[in-house]
Design a protein around this ligand. Structure first.
Ligand code: SF4
Ligand code: FES
Length: 247
């Protein structure tokens, strides 16, 4: 298929960016979206032009680095997948595709489609760990019985890959879905109890410091999340936060 790509180009974090049009031909519907961008970049390099910078690593929906806003949606038109899992069969011959980086004050643009998500790392460093020492005395997985419902909810929350689509989808650029998934995965398990109160206050305070917006319960984050993280985690984090602040 032949396509018109409208891609955000920006030399560096301080330069002014703009949408640039590219035309690309003979794209197979079996290609992944990122393979299509690889073909574009090979063409650009052949012509002596600067290739488009975009983030990617695993290309199998695990690492969360392929953060692209495609035709107005984080990770594009398909549901429950990351950009690297999107295939060109979702588009048709003659389509125009608008490709932009995820936009948020807390995710400054590094170059073209690459954003700096170290704000997420700093939120994680504020509390997403446990102090239980397992070094040298590793136990069998079933040594600490865990209620099946709690284990399932903790596992679901732990599926978050830190991609940032929830922030990009939110009109307030809120990171509540991401932070609540991290808080929940520990709050529900015995190993997470030691730092439980401090964790939620520290992570929420770091989230605010990074400049993410507040949650107004719109729910766009849950719809665009490639891992199906539920907004019920946000409700749990709010409860955890209130309880941790009660004397
Ligand atoms: S909650 Fe979903 S959208 Fe947000 S960072 Fe985690 S996986 Fe990505
Ligand atoms: S490249 Fe790792 S999730 Fe897409």
């Amino acid at each position: 298929m032949n396509l018109k790509l409208k891609i955000w180009r920006q030399k560096n974090s301080t330069a002014k960016g703009k949408i640039v049009d590219y035309y690309i031909n003979e794209i197979s519907s079996d290609m992944s979206f990122l393979e299509m961008l690889d073909v574009l970049n090979a063409d650009l390099i052949k012509k002596g032009e600067e290739p488009v910078s975009f983030d990617h690593d695993c290309r199998e929906g695990i690492c969360g680095s392929c953060s692209l806003h495609i035709n107005g949606r984080p990770h594009g038109p398909d549901g429950g997948i990351t950009t690297c899992q999107l295939h060109m069969r979702k588009f048709k011959d003659g389509d125009s595709i608008v490709i932009e980086p995820f936009r948020s004050k807390a995710f400054p643009i590094v170059k073209d489609l690459i954003i700096d998500r170290s704000s997420f790392d700093r939120v994680q460093h504020a509390g997403a760990f446990v102090s239980v020492n397992t070094s040298g005395n590793t136990q069998d997985a079933n040594a600490t019985p865990i209620n099946k419902v709690d284990a399932d909810h903790a596992f679901d929350a732990a599926a978050c890959i830190g991609c940032g689509a929830c922030v990009a989808a939110c009109k307030n650029a809120s990171a509540m879905l991401f932070v609540s998934a991290k808080v929940s995965q520990y709050a529900l398990l015995p190993q997470g109890q030691v730092e439980r109160k401090k964790r939620v206050t520290d992570m929420v305070s770091q989230m605010d410091e990074e400049g993410f917006g507040a949650c107004t319960n719109t729910g766009a984050c849950e719809i665009e999340c490639p891992k199906g993280i539920s907004v019920t985690n946000i409700a749990r984090m709010n409860r955890e936060f209130i309880e941790s602040n009660l004397k």
